[in-house]
Design a protein around this ligand. Structure first.
Ligand code: HXC
Length: 264
């Protein structure tokens, strides 16, 4: 395990699960430039470890916030710039999460606001404890969610919910976020750790190359028309048919046993 200035990085090589912990609990893990850089560096170090793995290679990443109160309370109000919204020539942490080959799971326990909610929305899955709260308070500061928040919520929950969240700036409960499709699962507080762990373990056991292809397909679906998207899926499908994982999955089915995927 290693620590960057504002991020803790851990890797469990039995399951192939990396964990990135945003570690500015005194500021509710607000995103300053250092934290944004460290999230990128943390993900890159997991990817490197992946290339040199002895045990199970990297199959999933959990992104969480340190402390009792927050996943992330948004961009650091101390200093906004267009970089806060990922607007510079360099790749933002939002881009790096979206393009990361393995799925990234936002583990949300507490405040998930503004750029913190946008960070969660850039992840592949959002798992929340029941006392988490969600919102876009930017309008109270005279700005809008600058890293695609309205766009993401519009795709997941529709324009009414996107505009209600962003124009009023109020917090909504985890239960409502679940009902609106903004989070995948809401878990009782006393079951949160175990439920997240089970979700991540199951995901990490899925055929890795298929999971990576599905992430790419899902990203394509939000950018392109249906016909082009289906054509893209056909190519991915043809590639996966050639993999050892597919042969293993088919053999395991025939032999009535659990498959052991190696990501090859
Ligand atoms: C910097 C923050 C912060 C933030 C909280 N803190 N949010 N510091 N940037 N976004 C700090 C507080 O100043 C305080 O520091 C400590 O964290 C604890 O917060 P409190 O306010 O004392 O806690 P509490 O009373 O429980 O209230 C929690 C809260 C409130 C409701 C989450 O902190 C809050 O409203 N925060 C701002 C949320 C916000 O507006 N986020 C969106 C930012 S805009 P001290 O030193 O006093 O202990 C954004 C734009 C993204 O994200 C788009 C790109 C440009």
């Amino acid at each position: 395990d290693e620590s960057l200035e504002t991020v803790l990085v851990a890797f469990d090589d039995e399951r192939g699960v990396g964990t990135i912990t945003m570690n500015r609990p005194d500021a509710l893990n607000a995103l300053n430039g250092q934290l944004r850089d460290d999230i990128i560096a943390g993900l890159e170090s997991l990817e490197e470890r992946n290339a040199n793995a002895d045990g199970v290679a990297l199959r999933a990443v959990v992104l969480e916030g340190a402390g009792e109160k927050a996943f992330c309370a948004g961009a650091d109000i101390g200093g906004f710039s267009s970089e806060s919204a990922g607007g510079s020539s360099a790749r933002s942490h939002y881009d790096v999460i979206r393009d990361f080959p393995a799925p990234v799971i936002a583990k949300i326990d507490g405040y998930c606001l503004g750029g913190g909610l946008e960070t969660a929305l850039a992840c592949d899955f959002r798992l929340a404890s029941e006392d988490s709260t969600f919102g876009f308070p930017e309008v109270n500061l005279g700005i809008l969610p600058g890293a695609g928040g309205v766009q993401y919520v519009e795709k997941l929950a529709g324009p009414s919910v996107a505009k209600e969240l962003a124009m009023f700036g109020n917090h909504i409960s985890a239960e409502r976020a679940g009902d609106e499709g903004l989070v995948n699962h809401v878990y009782a507080d006393n079951e949160f750790e175990d439920e997240v762990d089970d979700f991540v373990t199951e995901l990490a056991g899925q055929a890795p190359l298929a999971v990576q292809a599905i992430k790419k397909s899902a990203a394509m679906a939000v950018q392109t028309g249906l016909e082009e998207g289906i054509e893209y899926d056909r190519q991915l499908f043809a590639e996966l048919l050639e993999t050892e994982d597919h042969a293993e999955g088919a053999a395991a089915f025939g032999e009535d046993r659990e498959p052991e995927f190696e990501g090859k």
